[in-house]
Design a protein around this ligand. Structure first.
Ligand code: UT7
Length: 323
C-alpha cells in the first residue's frame, strides 16, 4: 500500500482579546454596517504582547498533538507557515520545537502569505510520501495586528491574529476512500506581487513594513483562481462536486466564501465559516476553521474535505483530504 499522510489531530489558538467592529469605529472612519456588508466580519482576536507567533503556534500545536494522542517524540518535522515570525531567525518553527520539548528532527518556516498553510501541508505531505518523515506538525500562525497600518481603514478592519495546526502521521491508503491527504495543488504568480504585500522587512533599512492591498484586484483574482483550484482538485482525483462533504476555505471575505460554496453546489451549512468571528488570520485561517469544525463534531472521520486559500504573491492552492 502506498504511504499517505493522515490528519491525526487538529488544534487552534485564538488570543483572548476580542475587538469588535464597533470598537474600531470609535477610532477610524468606518462602521459595523460597512465591515459586515462588505466582508461578513463582526469581530477579530488581537494578540497581547506575550502572544507572539511562537506562543500561539505552540498552543495550537499542543492541541493538535493532544487530539492525535501523539507524544513530542513522534514529531519528525515542524513546518510553520507565517508572514509574521517572532524573529528573522531562528525559524519560529524551532522556537515551537523547543517549547514543545520535541527531542529531534527538523523544522523551518515557510512564507506564502494566506496560502501558507496549504503550501506547508503540501510540502509535509510530499516528505511523508517519500518516506523522509513519519510525523509532521504543520502550523499556520500569524500576528497581522503587528503589520497593520492602523490608519488604513481599507485593510486594518480585515485581519486578526491566531494559530492553527495539524499533526500528520504516516499511514497507508489508496484511492479516494481511504483516509489521508488525497492531493495538493500549489500555484503562484509573482507578477501580481504588487496587489497585496508588506512594504518592508528586517532586511530593509528602517522599514519593518505594513500591509498594503488593492482589495478590489485581489477579490477579482481570488474568485477566478479559487474556482479553478476547486475544479483542479476534483479532476485530479476523478471526483465530482457531489463527493465533497465540506469546504474549508481561506477566511478573507464571506462573499468569496459564498461564491466558492455555490460553485461546489454545497449548502451553506457544509461550508465552514469563521471569518465573522476571526476575520482574516492569513496562514492560520484554514487550520483554525478546520480545528473548529472538527472540534465541534461537524467534520467527522470519513468526510471528504476540500481546503483552499489565496494570498499575497499571489499564491494559491488546494488540498483534498479524507478525514
Ligand atoms: O487574504 C488575502 C486575500 N484577500 C482578499 O481576498 C481580500 C479581497 N478583497 C476584499 O475582500 C474586498 O475588496 C474588500 C473587503 C477589501 C473591499 O471591499 P470592496 O467592495 O472591494 O470595496 P472597495 O475597496 O472598492 O471600497 C469601496 C468604498 C471606497 O469608497 P469610495 O471610493 O467608493 O468612495 C472605500 O474608500 O468603501 C470605502 N471603504 C470603507 N468605508 C468604510 C474602504 N474601507 C472602508 C471601511 N469602512 N473600513
Amino acid at each position: 500500500m502506498p504511504v499517505r499522510s493522515i490528519l491525526a489531530g487538529v488544534g487552534g489558538y485564538l488570543p483572548a482579546r476580542i475587538v469588535t467592529n464597533a470598537e474600531l469605529a470609535t477610532r477610524l472612519e468606518t462602521s459595523d454596517a460597512w465591515i459586515r456588508d462588505r466582508t461578513g466580519i463582526r469581530q477579530r482576536h488581537i494578540a497581547a504582547a506575550h502572544e507572539t507567533c511562537a506562543f500561539m503556534a505552540t498552543a495550537a500545536a499542543r492541541a493538535a498533538l493532544a487530539r492525535a494522542g501523539a507524544e513530542p517524540g513522534e514529531v519528525d518535522a515542524i513546518l510553520l507557515a507565517t508572514s509574521t515570525p517572532d524573529q528573522a531567525f531562528p525559524a519560529t518553527a524551532l522556537r515551537v520545537q523547543a517549547a514543545l520539548g520535541v527531542p529531534g528532527g527538523f523544522g523551518f518556516d515557510l512564507s506564502a502569505a494566506c496560502a501558507g498553510f496549504v503550501y506547508a501541508l503540501s510540502v509535509a505531505d510530499g516528505m511523508i510520501r517519500s518516506g523522509q518523515v513519519r510525523g509532521v506538525l504543520v502550523i499556520g500562525a500569524e500576528v497581522y495586528s503587528r503589520i497593520m497600518n492602523w490608519q488604513d481603514r481599507g485593510t486594518c478592519v480585515l485581519f486578526g491574529d491566531g494559530a492553527g495546526a495539524v499533526f500528520l502521521r504516516a499511514g497507508e491508503g489508496r484511492g479516494s476512500i481511504d483516509r489521508g491527504v488525497l492531493s495538493t495543488h500549489l500555484h503562484a504568480q509573482g507578477t501580481l506581487g504588487d496587489i497585496l504585500y508588506v512594504d518592508g522587512a528586517v532586511g530593509q533599512p528602517d522599514k519593518p513594513g505594513t500591509l498594503v492591498m488593492n482589495g478590489r484586484e485581489v477579490f477579482r483574482h481570488a474568485v477566478v483562481r479559487l474556482a479553478e483550484a476547486v475544479d483542479e482538485a476534483l479532476a485530479a482525483n476523478a471526483l465530482t462536486r457531489r463527493d465533497v462533504d465540506w469546504l474549508v476555505p481561506h477566511q478573507a471575505n464571506l462573499r468569496i466564501i459564498d461564491a466558492m460554496g455555490k460553485r461546489l453546489g454545497l449548502p451553506a451549512e457544509r461550508v465552514v465559516v469563521t471569518v465573522d468571528r476571526h476575520a482574516n488570520t492569513s496562514a492560520a485561517s484554514v487550520p483554525l476553521a478546520l480545528a473548529e469544525a472538527v472540534g465541534d463534531g461537524r467534520i467527522r472521520a470519513g468526510d471528504l474535505v476540500l481546503l483552499e486559500a489565496l494570498g499575497g504573491g499571489l499564491t494559491w492552492g488546494s488540498a483534498l483530504v479524507r478525514m
